[in-house]
Design a protein around this ligand. Structure first.
Ligand SMILES: [Zn+2]
Length: 276
């Protein structure tokens, strides 16, 4: 999609900046340290303390990954502009998301990164569920995206997005965290904060992408207007991986190798949180 209709932008959380309030996503990472198995470390050491090579550190954990937006949203404005109740206000069911200057869409980015994350986390033993099963459909609404995590009783949930500030000097990533709203999310606000910090630290370390220079403080932004967070009863954050309108970050996002790095970083952040 080219220029986003004003009505779409208005619903987005970050009106002036990009994918708008609905979030943007990213991932966090902390890589190698997580999966350390000491098996190859020293052949002479006692075997008793060594993790088996097939250790599954996330065995029994349920993770819901929400790839932001959907590839055909832009063709169904009436459906995605339908207003839904997110407790603190009414917002559009979903939005189109942003795109790089060369036309690589946020929906394609979040879909690819989320699938990569799923593969990594499943190899580590987690049960992983995505909130959509292709990048050529519509929605689901942000209310349903939250409900999927709740029904799964996820140990952790993450919405993956990327922002779209048209100021090319705007760069870096940030994590959107829920605030207490006198609603069901209140009981997971504390845990979501811990999840957000784990994912932030892992992403910074794993990708080298800096903290946002235009949103949040130390890459953390607490909000009460994000439907996917307000309606969550499980620990959840919305990750804005960077600014798709910034040429340097756009080039990274368009590289499959870099997206793998992003996915690994986010998976590591989730694991750090779940193991803490
Ligand atoms: Zn987004």
């Amino acid at each position: 999609m080219r220029a986003l209709p004003a009505s779409v932008l208005a619903v987005c959380g970050l009106i002036a900046s990009a994918c708008g309030g609905t979030g943007s996503g990213g991932a966090a990472a902390g890589q190698a340290a997580l999966t350390t198995t000491q098996a190859q470390a020293s052949p002479s050491s006692a075997p008793a303390r060594e993790a088996p090579p097939d250790a599954k550190p996330l065995d029994g954990k349920v993770i819901v990954i929400d790839p932001g937006h959907n590839g055909a949203n832009y063709r169904h404005p009436a459906e995605i502009n339908r207003k839904v109740n997110v407790l603190t206000q009414w917002k559009a069911c979903d939005t189109t998301g942003t795109q790089t200057r060369s036309g690589y869409t946020e929906a394609a980015f979040t879909w690819d990164v989320s699938q990569r994350m799923k593969r990594i986390l499943e190899r580590r033993g987690a049960t992983v569920k995505l909130t959509r099963n292709s990048n050529n459909g519509v929605g689901p609404c942000i209310t349903e995206r939250a409900a999927i995590g709740n029904r799964a009783k996820a140990d952790a949930a993450i919405s993956v997005h990327a922002d779209g500030s048209n100021n090319a000097r705007h760069r870096g990533f940030h994590v959107i965290l829920p605030e207490k709203i006198n609603g069901p999310v209140d009981k997971v606000v504390g845990a979501s904060g811990k999840l957000g910090i784990a994912v932030r630290d892992a992403y910074r370390k794993g990708t080298g992408i800096p903290y946002s220079n235009y949103i949040g403080k130390n890459a953390l932004d607490y909000r009460s207007d994000i439907g996917g967070l307000n309606l969550s009863t499980v620990p959840k954050v919305l990750f804005e991986s960077g600014n798709m309108r910034n040429p340097d970050e756009a080039a990274k996002f368009q590289s499959p190798q870099f997206r793998q790095k992003i996915a690994l970083a986010l998976a590591n952040g989730l694991q750090h949180y779940l193991e803490a």
